[in-house]
Design a protein around this ligand. Structure first.
Ligand SMILES: Nc1ncnc2c1ncn2[C@@H]1O[C@H](COP(=O)(O)OP(=O)(O)OP(=O)(O)O)[C@@H](O)[C@H]1O
Ligand SMILES: [Mg+2]
Length: 288
């Protein structure tokens, strides 16, 4: 498997990328604590191998982006990080998906508890057909977190930068919000139970540029509290928001198409001095 080890020596040649790398993305010199530790993870749907041999660690309180062409397994990987694929018929994972040193797929691990700690937001905003308040209060109520529910709802909406826009209509339907507001509502719903990790699968791809920018700003605020993994098709977005970026691609070398991790590095290195020619072709737009 062609996997570039993290921290591999990059070639001296600098690649010109057609967009800017945000200065906020400089890495702190201290190695961050790992939240996820994936070792040789392969993921199958029935007999089809979707993702092969992924080894990577995802650090705490950092935004990690996952980029790559359609079908390379980006959603498959993030859904595997909170056992969201469990209900997919034929889903199987091999290797180790470690979360704080514990295997997420070990017998006895409760998937509901996993999803309590590791929240997820999807590509299309999917508010429940309920009031704004009841969307946010839904998971806390299920978990019995009914004490100070109003405060909890307010805090989640404030943290998702939505409070000022909705505080006077908490009892009106969430479906009446704009797309960008609905996506911030979904983020508020995910953080209302104070998870540790937020998985965002193309959270802004259905949004206009203004709403996208507000989601990106929100991510910068949230990373103080949360570890964030974002899947994005948009390389500019990865460059703007993420400290670390993983580039996945489709590999056909063993006769089957399977997603592989080609390169994983701090974002500036991945975009300007990629170690692997496949990464270079992708980030400079020469792919495909
Ligand atoms: N529920 C499923 N059942 C069977 N195969 C699936 C399922 N979900 C994904 N796959 C397959 O797994 C592979 C990876 O798909 P995945 O959705 O993870 O790709 P992706 O990188 O997220 O693509 P996109 O950028 O289009 O969202 C594809 O071949 C896809 O057909
Ligand atoms: Mg996807």
């Amino acid at each position: 498997m062609a996997l570039s080890p993290v921290g591999a020596e990059a070639p001296s040649r600098t690649t010109s990328v057609p967009f800017a790398i945000d200065a906020r993305q400089s890495m702190s010199p201290e190695p961050a604590e790992a939240v996820f530790d994936l070792r040789d993870v392969s993921i199958y749907y029935g007999d089809a191998l979707a993702v092969r041999g992924v080894t990577m660690t995802i650090p705490k309180n950092v935004i990690t982006a996952i980029i790559g062409p359609s079908g390379c397994g980006k959603s498959t990987i993030v859904r595997t990080l909170n056992r969201m694929n469990d209900s997919v018929p034929g889903f199987r994972v091999s290797g180790l998906v470690g979360y704080h040193g514990q295997s997420l797929y070990a017998g006895g691990v409760d998937p509901v508890e996993v999803r309590r700690r590791i929240g997820m937001v999807f590509q299309r905003p999917n508010p429940f057909p309920k009031s704004i308040y009841d969307n946010i209060a839904w998971a806390p109520r299920i978990l019995g977190l009914k004490h100070d529910l109003d405060e909890r709802v307010e805090k989640a909406l404030r943290d998702a930068a939505l409070w000022d826009e909705v505080k006077d209509r908490l009892r009106s339907s969430a479906l009446r919000l704009s797309g960008g507001q609905q996506q911030r509502l979904c983020i508020a719903r995910a953080i209302a139970i104070e998870p540790e990790v937020l998985l965002l699968d193309e959270p802004a791809s259905a949004l206009d540029p203004v709403a996208t920018m507000s989601i990106e700003d929100l991510m910068q605020d949230l990373k103080r509290t949360y570890t964030i993994v974002i899947v994005t098709h948009n390389m500019q977005q990865a460059a703007r928001v993420a400290e670390r970026t993983a580039f996945f691609s489709l590999d056909v070398s063993e006769g089957h198409r399977a997603g592989i991790l080609v390169e994983y590095a701090d974002t500036a290195t991945l975009f300007t001095r990629p170690a692997d020619p496949r990464t270079r072709d992708y980030v400079t737009g020469r792919f495909g």
